[in-house]
Design a protein around this ligand. Structure first.
Ligand SMILES: Cc1ncc(COP(=O)(O)O)c(C=O)c1O
Length: 370
């Protein structure tokens, strides 16, 4: 028998799912709209630079493991979840009780915000930041209090703290921040975490820390049970379409959050889990992706410098740049060259974000703009 609370929660989850599919659909529509105007609609030679995907993935080791896993897809594989968590634990220096898996980290951002919404109140977050989880959280009744970035487009840690009030249940911080690519230092983040009351959940989205070895705050999860770190296999690990991500938190926090997932076997498929186990061992692939990303990014930086387009040093696989001094419509110009993905994330702003593709792709971006 479901308790009242559990029934209420499941009812709310249905609304949350509806809101999630709404935001996902509107995202897909944006890309479809871009392609609809394109003579090569559905063409494979389009350069996609809108969603910060890894152009080199999945690795050959991942593909091999996934292919092999397909043949046992008729079976539930309950032990596999533990195996992946053990591998992540080894990679990150935690224990498997500190880890929960999801079908991408966005599923888990949803779970954590559902948890916060369930406690009623508000969430404090930067503007702009990664907001795909917000429509569902709002539908669940969570009020969003947004804090502008500093004038260097960094998360304004002090102002975020100052915005917390007695109703705040969660602070979401994306570090490095998406869409700006800026990063806060380990010392500043430590201070930030220390200053926030233990009953406020601190959801740190570290989707991009692995790309540039930016500071991960995951070493604090056992000391601070209110800290939840979200990580993903979608970026440097090259598995965006496979949908696998995880959170790191205190074992008790993980236990509480797991109650918000449908069941122990929810989350990524067995095929994706085998792929994740394989890619964690594929150091050569990860190093290759990091190196290529740096090369491709410097091609873009040099191009921007030549053209006179201001841009921010990025600790991620995308770059935020200012079109104010450029005379032409950059998204339209890129589209005319089969390149999609230069996107705006701020209202009435001249700043756009573009993902980093291969070196050849970034050369094409520069050629299109010069
Ligand atoms: C900051 C950030 N967090 C989370 C995600 C979602 O990643 P996943 O594919 O793991 O759901 C993204 C995807 O672009 C992102 O940029």
């Amino acid at each position: 028998m479901l308790t009242m609370e559990r029934r209420q929660l499941l009812k709310q989850s249905v609304f949350a799912l509806a809101a999630f599919s709404f935001s996902r659909n509107s995202y897909a529509k944006e890309e479809a709209a871009l392609l609809a105007h394109h003579p090569l609609n559905n063409a494979t030679d389009i350069i996609r630079l809108g969603q910060n995907e890894n152009p080199h993935g999945p690795s050959s080791m991942t593909k091999k493991a996934m292919l092999e896993a397909i043949s046992s897809s008729n079976r539930y594989q309950l032990d596999l979840n533990g195996e992946v968590r053990t591998a992540i634990a080894k990679l990150t220096g935690h224990s498997k009780e500190n880890i929960s898996l999801g079908a991408g980290s966005s599923e888990l951002l949803g779970v954590v915000s559902l948890w916060a919404a369930y406690q009623k109140g508000n969430v404090v977050a930067s503007e702009p930041t990664f907001k795909l989880w917000m429509p569902a959280a709002r539908k669940m009744g969570l009020v969003t209090k947004l804090v502008p970035l500093t004038n260097t487009k960094h998360n304004d840690l002090q102002r975020l703290i100052d915005t917390i009030d007695s109703q705040t249940k969660m602070v979401y911080l994306c570090n490095p921040n998406n869409p700006t690519g800026t990063v806060s230092s380990k010392i500043d983040l430590e201070q930030f975490i220390k200053k926030i009351a233990p009953e406020v959940i601190i959801l740190l989205d570290e989707a991009y820390t692995d790309y540039y070895d930016s500071p991960s705050m995951s070493y604090l999860v056992n000391a601070y049970p209110n800290v939840v770190i979200a990580k993903t296999f979608s970026k440097v690990y090259g598995m965006a379409g496979a949908r696998i991500g995880y959170i790191l938190a205190h074992a008790n926090t993980i236990k509480q959050l797991n109650e918000f997932q449908a069941w122990a076997n929810a989350g990524p498929s067995a095929v994706s889990m085998q792929g994740a186990i394989a890619v964690m061992k594929d150091e050569a692939f990860i190093n290759f992706c990091k190196t290529e990303n740096i090369k491709a990014k410097s091609i873009l930086y040099n191009g921007f410098d030549k053209i006179g387009i201001a841009h921010i040093k990025s600790y991620t696989s995308f770059v935020y740049f200012d079109t104010a001094t450029y005379q032409k419509d950059i998204p339209a110009l890129l589209l005319a060259n089969n390149i999609i993905g230069a996107r705006s994330f701020e209202q009435n702003s001249s700043w756009l974000r573009i993902s980093i593709g291969t070196t050849t792709e970034m050369e094409k971006v520069v050629q299109a703009l010069i």
